[in-house]
Design a protein around this ligand. Structure first.
Ligand code: FES
Length: 123
């Protein structure tokens, strides 16, 4: 697994997503009001459009979320699970801030299956 710099932390505005290409995958990157960064797949599985980075950030039950700008389904930024449809999930990627820059792990995705989260390293 390798970390890829996506952008400067200060240009990632709170609750406004950004889209990045990480290892050939479109990734939606978010910064919450609390300053935490999250990365999930940008593809909205309901519409088939790459729009989740333009979604509306919020919380549900204390969990940071994004609502698709198209059909408003809500996804957890932590697990990628669709909170409106338990059978649907988007990939999540490890994200961190180092020296004022946002980094997302390339070649890896956190996959949740059978209630267990694990890091899948494709590299
Ligand atoms: S400033 Fe353009 S992607 Fe970070």
């Amino acid at each position: 697994m390798s970390w890829m710099t996506v952008c400067d932390y200060h240009v990632l505005l709170p609750e406004r997503g950004a889209c990045a290409l990480v290892d050939g995958e479109q990734v939606a990157v978010f910064r919450t009001f609390e300053g935490q960064v999250y990365a999930i797949g940008n593809l909205d599985p309901f519409s088939g459009a790459y729009v989740l980075s333009r979604g509306i950030v919020g919380t549900r039950g204390g969990e940071p979320t994004v609502a698709s700008p198209l059909h408003k389904q809500v996804f957890s930024l932590v697990t990628g699970a669709c909170l409106d449809d338990p059978g649907v999930r988007v990939p999540t990627y490890p994200a961190r801030v180092v020296d004022g820059r946002v980094e997302v792990a390339a070649g890896a995705a956190i996959v949740e299956a059978a209630g267990e989260r694990r890091l899948v390293d494709a590299s």
